[in-house]
Design a protein. Structure first.
Length: 413
């Protein structure tokens, strides 16, 4: 199988022969046309001087280290094609995202596989090479014969990424469309991994990713990004897209990121948002960032103090989107005053008709919206809390601070 592979460093400069074995020129570049085939090299760009010619894949009879032999020599002059992904221009030495390894890498070479197709031979993109072996090939290419290089590189471990796990970085939305660049790999990542990748990119590439991925995925990733970068990303986006992303964030996270923006930009994004999340975020922005009000989240589940276990189960089913972070239910009276807290785990140990207030914790710990961040941290540490309800001046439930919020605060310190 080894002799059925060809590296781009070997392809570059390879002689192209006509039907009579005469040299037409050498390979200057190779291009994939993703809309036609995402893995097959569709064109070879050849030249013997300033002018380049285009060789289509179906004009090739054979490909080897000795050269490319044609079976059809009706060639056309090369003209730039927006639908082409060219290896030298668009891949070599460029940053791409390794979706499987969840990191940003730089391309040093490309590995092709020689395949039989319709009586001729074509190249399929197999791997993108990013390691020392590829660097070695590039350093000695043209200095040593290709077959010597292959033998000598055997002592260097290969380091490559399968082509299907590569995500090309292209900021131009029109060109992304023409090159058929998909966001599927990025949208399948864990938000924390995507955030790490985003932080390693240029502002231009960050903008391109957030403009083109699903708004819910973008919101989850943005929540994990460094606050300074969060602000620069939102400022770079169209206001409508920024609003769509912020709407998908938890209200407390949305308020935090908007607080980092210029007032004018923040107001423009808020204006584009839907009414309900807009109101919640506006209210949170009124609180100081280092107060309980500024730390709390307004996404929680509260029930009347007369509710039963069955009522709680139904409420949980209606708030399925909160289940990943929910660990406590809160009880309020008819005036929305906080009266109790029920650990979620207790629900599953009792029958549906059992009153929730009988399952409430013995000592209710809460904090006013004006409480300072340091005191909040002390409460979590002293009482081993997972969630802390926050009340307004009338003791109405205003929001909840979770252990995750405290971890984020401690990490920033």
């Amino acid at each position: 199988m080894a002799d059925q592979r060809l590296f781009f460093t070997e392809l570059l400069g390879l002689k192209v022969f006509d039907l009579k074995g005469r040299t037409l020129g050498v390979v200057k570049d190779a291009a994939i046309v993703p809309l036609l085939d995402p893995v097959r090299v569709d064109r070879f760009l050849i030249g013997s001087g300033a002018a380049w010619l285009t060789v289509r894949h179906d004009q090739v009879r054979s490909i080897s280290l000795d050269g490319i032999h044609l079976r059809d020599e009706i060639l056309t002059p090369y003209h730039s094609d927006e639908y082409m992904l060219r290896v030298v221009r668009d891949l070599l030495d460029q940053q791409i995202i390794d979706a499987q390894g969840r990191k940003v890498v730089r391309v040093t070479d490309v590995t092709f596989e020689i395949q039989q197709e319709d009586g001729g031979e074509v190249l399929w993109v197999l791997d993108v090479d990013i390691g020392l072996r590829a660097i070695f090939r590039r350093l000695v290419q043209g200095v040593l014969p290709p077959r010597w290089i292959r033998r000598l590189q055997g002592g260097i471990p290969p380091h490559s990424i399968r082509w299907e796990f590569c995500n090309i970085l292209e900021p131009d939305p029109q060109r992304r469309l023409r090159l058929n660049i998909s966001n599927r790999l990025l949208e399948g990542m864990h938000p924390a991994d995507l955030a790490d990748i985003v932080e390693d990119l240029t502002p231009e590439h960050r903008e391109a990713i957030f403009e083109n991925i699903d708004s819910e995925v973008a919101a989850e990733a943005l929540s994990e990004v460094d606050p300074d970068i969060q602000a620069s990303i939102l400022e770079s986006l169209e206001t409508e897209k920024a609003a769509e992303i912020v709407e998908e964030m938890a209200p407390d996270q949305a308020a935090d990121v908007l607080a980092e923006l210029e007032q004018e930009t923040s107001d423009e994004i808020l204006e584009e948002m839907e009414h309900q999340p807009k109101q919640e975020v506006r209210e949170l922005l009124e609180f100081k960032e280092d107060s309980a009000g500024g730390m709390m989240n307004t996404e929680y589940v509260a029930l009347r103090e007369t509710a039963t276990v069955e009522d709680a189960i139904q409420a949980l089913k209606s708030n399925e989107e909160l289940m990943e972070t929910l660990n406590t239910l809160f009880l309020v009276d008819s005036n929305d005053h906080l009266t109790g807290a029920v650990p979620l785990a207790r629900l599953f140990l009792h029958e549906g008709a059992i009153p929730l207030r009988s399952l409430a914790v013995d000592t209710l710990i809460d904090a006013p919206v004006t409480e300072q961040q340091d005191r909040i941290t002390e409460l979590f540490d002293k009482y081993n809390l997972l969630a802390l309800p926050v009340v307004d001046e009338e003791r109405k439930l205003a929001g909840v601070i979770t252990a995750d919020d405290i971890i984020s605060v401690l990490r920033e310190k």
